[in-house]
Design a protein around this ligand. Structure first.
Ligand SMILES: [Zn+2]
Ligand SMILES: [Zn+2]
Length: 262
């Protein structure tokens, strides 16, 4: 695991692509005064490594935002819920809010049912916040502000604009095809994090290519772009070259094959 400071209080946890797995994982965490907002929980138990780092520094997760319900974004919810239900410091845990689109409550209930309620948390610990995908929604928490727009991926996919207390803003697309909503949400952000699943020439409707991602960044006036969520087809190509055809701002690739100093 590599931890990269993106902005004051905003970190990217980058995990190596494990043998036999399709994609490496990147998770963004926003910290504020001992509290953390976690953006998607990921999968392949990467969450436990990340949690270790937060635990060591006594940072408690108070918010989780879920972009959509595909396994590569939510499988580690199992580890998250189980670790929250039975932490060594049971009494010291903090209540948290988990936000996602309509269907989140049902998704959580079905997950908890599947595990015969070994993942069920008392309501005073976990609050479920279902966000309307039809509107631009804003939520304010003590250390973070969240704004959402729907994306072109599944009927319950959300992109998040996350603002830290210092005023720094990060926009995370989750999975998406090209859409106006993400351009609108990203305008003026300090950092835009976009998925980039497939290379130019192999466009897939509900995901982005480097060129499409860069077009979004350019239209949103972004000067700092981080691309993540590469499928092997994309990693096999020169992603930077595809980006540089149209995007001139700072470019960071969340790929395992590149080393970036920030
Ligand atoms: Zn997806
Ligand atoms: Zn995905």
């Amino acid at each position: 695991m590599e931890k990269i400071k993106l902005e004051e209080g905003i970190y990217l946890y980058r995990f190596e692509k494990a043998l036999g797995h399709a994609i490496g994982l990147n998770t963004v965490v926003i910290e504020n005064n001992g509290e953390a907002l976690l953006v998607d929980t990921g999968y392949e138990a990467n969450f436990l490594e990340l949690k270790d780092d937060l635990d060591k520094r006594n940072i408690k997760i108070t918010n989780v935002v879920v972009s959509h319900f595909h396994p590569d974004h939510t499988a580690d919810l199992i580890h998250f819920l189980f670790a929250t239900k039975y932490p060594p410091s049971f009494k010291k845990r903090k209540p948290f809010v988990i936000s996602g689109s309509h269907g989140l409550s049902e998704f959580m209930s079905r997950l908890q049912e599947a595990y015969d309620h070994w993942l069920t948390l008392p309501p005073e610990i976990m609050e479920i916040d279902e966000i309307d995908t039809q509107e631009k929604v804003e939520r304010k928490y003590p250390g973070f502000k969240i704004t959402t727009r729907p994306t072109n991926h599944t009927p319950n996919s959300l992109a998040y604009r996350l603002e830290s207390r210092s005023g720094k803003s990060v926009v995370y697309s989750g999975d998406t095809g090209f859409c106006e909503e993400i351009i609108d949400l990203a305008k003026g952000a300090d950092l835009l994090i976009l998925e980039c699943s497939f290379p130019d020439g192999k466009e897939v409707e509900l995901h982005l290519t480097p060129s499409q991602a860069c077009r979004i960044a350019t239209l949103a006036g972004i000067n700092r772009l981080l691309l993540i969520h590469f499928y092997p087809e994309c990693l096999a190509t020169d992603i930077t070259a595809q980006c540089r055809k149209s995007y001139t701002g700072e470019l960071i690739l969340g790929s395992d094959f590149l080393h970036i100093n920030i």
